[in-house]
Design a protein around this ligand. Structure first.
Ligand SMILES: [Zn+2]
Length: 321
């Protein structure tokens, strides 16, 4: 395992540019080590809060070489892990229900025949396949070559195989979608600016963003504080080095409104709890541990739904002309 801190660099607040920040929470280093093959155990890294605007972000910031190593296992995760659902040939009913309603909203608000949609961080493309079914013309942006090739070959969907920052196109889109992606980006302002550049006037940006003012964040932070920072397992579920930004429902709306968008719709939604539950291992002890973990996960999701503060915020912003 490689071991050093050259993969991280301190940077000012990605939202307001202020250089003052203070440490608030730990990040899950074991998961980062496992995914990247780089040992960051000794690196002084965590989630900081900007002293000026209150934005939370990973500090020091992971550099491209680290992120590249981290995401290199994306396809194996897709084939046998967290993203497995999205590798499926058949669009699963849960996925259809969860995203179909947002696609309907976008299509109805656009009032355009066959609107053209660009999805950023399209992965294995289940979302684009659903959008196609719903009458959109679709294209994707996906830096993973294997995923992009598969999408073009198997489903005839055109993919810009690059990062959003490197996107070069003259095409203008009726809608851009960013699902669970902006929190992975080191410069969210720049990302929104690029999206604005490829949208037609009045075009719609649909985003799904995990938010730190959800019930689950509140609960895991509560456990962390109540145990005087000793019990870290629950908080490690929500704070990882690959989520570079931790938005609140207010800060993500402000990011859009300060950068030429009008928020026309927003609401809480939840991840697919089934994908987050673990598969039981062998042996009674391991099985009991997994069952307890899954029960806690389902209980937390149910409580979040009951209080109406689930872990994701869905936002639709209209580009102001
Ligand atoms: Zn700030």
């Amino acid at each position: 395992m490689k071991k050093n801190s050259k993969y991280f660099k301190s940077k000012p607040c990605p939202l307001c540019g202020s250089s003052g920040s203070r440490r608030r929470y730990p990040v899950n280093k074991a998961y980062a080590n496992e995914m990247s093959g780089i040992d960051i155990t000794e690196v002084d890294i965590g989630v900081d809060e900007c002293v000026k605007c209150g934005h939370q972000f990973v500090q020091p910031s992971p550099q491209p070489q680290f992120l590249k190593a981290f995401y290199s296992s994306y396809m194996s995760e897709a084939k046998d892990g967290f993203y497995m659902e999205r590798a499926s040939e058949v669009i699963t009913p849960g996925f259809r229900t969860r995203y179909g309603k947002w696609l309907d909203r976008v299509r109805d608000a656009l009032k355009t025949q066959s609107p053209v949609l660009l999805d950023v961080g399209t992965g294995l493309g289940m979302f684009l396949r659903l959008a196609k079914e719903k009458g959109f013309e679709v294209a994707g942006v996906e830096p993973n070559r294997e995923a992009a090739t598969e999408l073009e070959k198997r489903y005839g969907i055109s993919v810009h195989c690059c990062l959003l920052e490197d996107l070069s196109t003259k095409e203008k889109y009726d809608s851009v979608t960013m699902l669970d992606i902006i929190e992975h980006m080191s410069d969210p302002r720049k990302a929104i600016d690029i999206v604005k550049g490829v949208l037609k006037p009045g075009g719609l940006l649909l985003m799904e963003v995990p938010v730190r003012d959800s019930f689950i964040h509140w609960a895991v932070k509560g456990v962390y504080r109540a145990t005087l920072s000793k019990v870290k397992r629950p908080i490690h579920q929500v704070y990882g080095v690959h989520h570079l930004q931790y938005f609140s429902s207010r800060s993500i709306k402000a990011l859009l409104e300060e950068n030429g968008f009008k928020v026309v719709m927003s609401g809480y939604d939840e991840s697919d709890v089934k994908a987050l539950c673990k598969r039981p291992g062998r042996g009674i002890f391991s099985m009991a541990k997994t069952l307890a973990y899954n029960a806690a996960m389902r209980g937390a999701f149910l409580a979040a739904k009951t209080v109406g503060k689930q872990n994701k915020l869905i936002i639709i912003g209209r580009k102001e002309s």
